[in-house]
Design a protein around this ligand. Structure first.
Ligand code: GYE
Length: 331
């Protein structure tokens, strides 16, 4: 299906010219002036996903694939296995295929300028899903749909203040270095901490948003000279917290009691850990972006203007609410 947007007049003109010359690649010859088959009207979206590093990511992928299928959208889905170079390759291949819209979840914030410029030159609109990019020219994408990660960091820190009276020796498990959620969740947390001089981060290291790395890094934290002083863990996602819980148990430390834990995402595993008394709080980050993403795609195809930013709403869940809330969690 061809784009119908003011900004894409060029594409329209090219289509008309090609049509007159009988050489347009997306033109389907069906004979006798009959309308093109329905199939030809399908919207084609190229989506570059980061990978499958966490429960959040899996739920996000399901939401995107499920929603595309429901709406009859032709989704070209590509998994980058957590590598930026694979995402850049995927975007270039979407440009070569001349998809209608490109959407992607950028693994890190920097290094996108060139490929996004190529998409713009090809007249293909780009939607940022879940994570932001750091570009000087914000006309390189049409809209960004995702959570406010700075606010999530603040919410986690506010919970720490409430649970400890603003006095804690904190270990921090950071997300993927250079990613928007890792940067912003660190920033939001520190912003609140600045008001509480007795809240101290005594260990901080990346666990790359995975369970395996979360476990490994927590093991090292516990063995370090400061290990015994840690009484609170802030993990940038639930998967790293779940890995860390395993490391604590192996070291004879009671997770949720000896070391209180707050993490982010609100996936099923976090609710199970809260019901078991091993995790104290999770700040929700909603991965079910599919409906908002394809609403945006369909609006774009109709030529409507989109807001530059759509923020996904979320809440905070504490251990005492977990048994009730787990019954209705969708991911
Ligand atoms: O919190 C983490 C995932 O970008 C919001 O990425 C997402 C984050 C999420 O791997 O679990």
């Amino acid at each position: 299906m061809k784009r119908n947007i003011g900004g894409w007049v060029m594409v329209g003109l090219v289509a008309v010219c090609c049509g007159m010359m009988g050489s347009c690649k997306k033109e389907t010859k069906s004979g006798g002036g009959a309308p093109p088959p329905r199939q030809a009207q399908k919207i084609v979206v190229g989506f570059s996903q980061i990978g499958a590093e966490s429960g959040w990511r899996t739920a996000n992928t399901e939401s995107i694939k499920g929603e595309a299928a429901k709406r009859g959208i032709d989704l070209q889905f590509s998994d980058a296995q957590s590598k930026q170079e694979n995402q850049i390759k995927a975007i270039r291949s979407f440009i070569a295929q001349d998809v209608d819209v490109i959407a992607f979840s950028p693994v890190v914030t920097t290094g996108w300028q060139e490929v996004l410029q190529e998409a713009k030159q090809a007249g293909i609109p780009v939607i940022l899903s879940d994570r932001a990019v750091d570009v000087t020219d914000d006309s390189l994408y049409v809209t960004f749909i995702g959570s406010d990660f700075i606010e999530e960091g603040r919410l986690a820190a506010n919970w720490v203040v409430k649970a400890t009276g603003g006095k804690a020796n904190i270990a921090e498990l950071v997300g993927t270095p250079g990613s928007a959620p890792a940067n912003d969740r660190a920033t939001g947390f520190r912003e609140v901490m600045a008001k509480y001089p007795e809240m101290k981060i005594i260990k901080t290291q990346s666990g790359d948003f995975t369970r395996t790395k979360g476990k490994e890094v927590m093991e090292a934290f516990l063995k370090s000279p400061e290990g015994k002083q840690i009484n609170l863990l802030y993990a940038h996602n639930d998967d790293m917290a779940i890995g860390a819980i395993q490391a604590m148990e192996a070291a004879g430390v009671k997770p949720g009691v000896d070391i209180k834990i707050v993490s982010i995402d609100g996936v099923k595993g976090a609710f199970e850990a809260m019901v078991a008394g091993k995790l104290n709080c999770t700040v929700e980050c909603n991965p079910l972006i599919g409906p908002a993403l394809f609403d945006a795609v369909e609006k774009l195809m109709k030529g409507e203007t989109l807001p530059k930013r759509t923020v996904i709403e979320e809440s905070v869940y504490e251990q005492s609410q977990a048994a009730e809330a787990i019954k209705t969690r969708a991911y």
